[in-house]
Write a protein that binds this ligand. Structure first.
Ligand code: TYM
Length: 331
């Protein structure tokens, strides 16, 4: 039996190279060795309702689904669907809500940083980790391939599953493990290498990120103006954060050993590293963009994949939800 993998991306902001190397590329790479379920987590995307423009939201959901396929997710090997198409996600989240201590939610760093002291934020923002735990636990997931920023959310899902298995032993929820890539798990902003590359900043600020659908000239501009320092050192262990970010990206995309990369770029001035990185990024994104445009030309094909994906997802999620319902005593 292959181990089951579940993961998802929120259809918000602008998908970027961090989402690709931290998550989607890993999904595609390990597809043959796992039973894969990939979801566009559209219900999570409305936890900040002020940012939702219905027309744009609809387009963004389909864009993310098409990008999964364009990045190499093969619908023959992986189930691809939209979270809101499978009602069990919301139903499971309600049961989990009732089994989650409120204190666990107040401790989550994402909630603290997004909500601050604003009591006007939606309850969904506080509840976000519960819905994410529902996503993962519904599929008896073994492994969750994500970037480093999602670690706390997966710990939360593990803790919650363990708690529920003690309260209702017949629930038999599977305890999931994170799967974080050895390189590329935390790509930093090109304009500010002390902050994570972010979809929402990418949407409003040029030069922050490399969008998966950016043109070669835009990619070049962003990389050539990336923040570095006044030196010319290109050594992984001693580089400042800006140079280290470029080196890390180059390593991930070129698949070269660190010694080879250092020998090529150390002591050379950062222009050489930046130009080489532009080539790597453009070379990596070109086929993805070509496939993406093919897919957007045939919306019926995507629609059919999503329908089929939702059916399969529903059959698995329905059984787990029912198991928890029964374990809790529902008729
Ligand atoms: P989201 O939509 O913010 O990000 C999608 C994936 O991209 C990874 N990622 C990064 N990796 C490297 N460097 C970066 N700068 C970077 N930024 C983002 C994220 O770690 C993630 O893997 N809560 C999730 C969505 C979610 C989910 C789930 C994930 C909902 N339910 C169940 C897994 C399983 C999120 O907001 O990801």
């Amino acid at each position: 039996m292959k181990q089951r993998v579940f993961s998802g991306v929120q259809p918000t902001g602008k998908l970027h190279l961090g989402n690709y190397v931290g998550a989607i590329r890993q999904w595609a790479k390990h597809q043959d060795d796992h039973d894969n379920i990939f979801c566009v987590v559209d219900l999570h995307a409305v936890t900040i309702p002020e940012a939702v423009d219905p027309k744009l939201f609809r387009a963004k959901i389909l864009e993310v689904a098409a990008l999964y396929l364009a990045c190499g997710i093969d619908p023959e090997k992986s189930t691809v669907f939209l979270q809101s198409h499978v009602a069990e996600h919301s139903q499971m989240a309600w049961l989990l809500n009732c089994l989650t201590p409120l204190g666990w939610l107040y401790r989550m760093t994402q909630f603290k940083s997004k909500a601050g002291n604003n009591e006007g934020v939606g309850t969904g923002l506080l509840d976000y980790p519960v819905l994410m735990a529902a996503d993962i636990l519904l599929y008896d997931t073994d492994r969750v391939p994500v970037g480093e920023d999602q670690k706390q959310h997966i710990e939360f899902a593990r803790d919650l599953a363990q708690r529920i298995n003690v309260m209702f032993p017949d629930a038999k929820l599977k305890i999931p493990a994170p799967m974080i890539p050895p390189a590329g798990a935390r790509v930093m902003g090109l304009d500010d290498p002390t902050a994570k590359m972010s979809k929402s900043i990418a949407e409003t600020k040029n030069g922050h990120a490399i969008g998966l659908l950016d043109t070669p000239s835009r990619i070049k501009k962003a990389i050539m103006s990336a923040q570095t320092d006044s030196g010319n050192e290109a050594l992984f262990e001693s580089a400042g954060p800006g140079v280290r970010n470029l080196l890390d990206l180059y390593e991930v995309l070129s698949n070269q050993d660190r010694e080879v990369i250092e020998a090529e770029f150390h002591g050379q001035g950062y222009g050489k590293l930046k130009k080489a990185l532009v080539e790597q990024v453009v070379g990596c994104l070109e086929p993805i963009q070509a496939r993406y445009h093919e897919l957007t030309d045939s919306p019926d094909y995507l629609d059919q994949i999503l329908r089929h994906g939702a059916e399969r997802a529903r059959s698995i999620a329905g059984a787990t939800h029912e198991r928890l319902r029964k374990a809790m005593g529902f008729v």
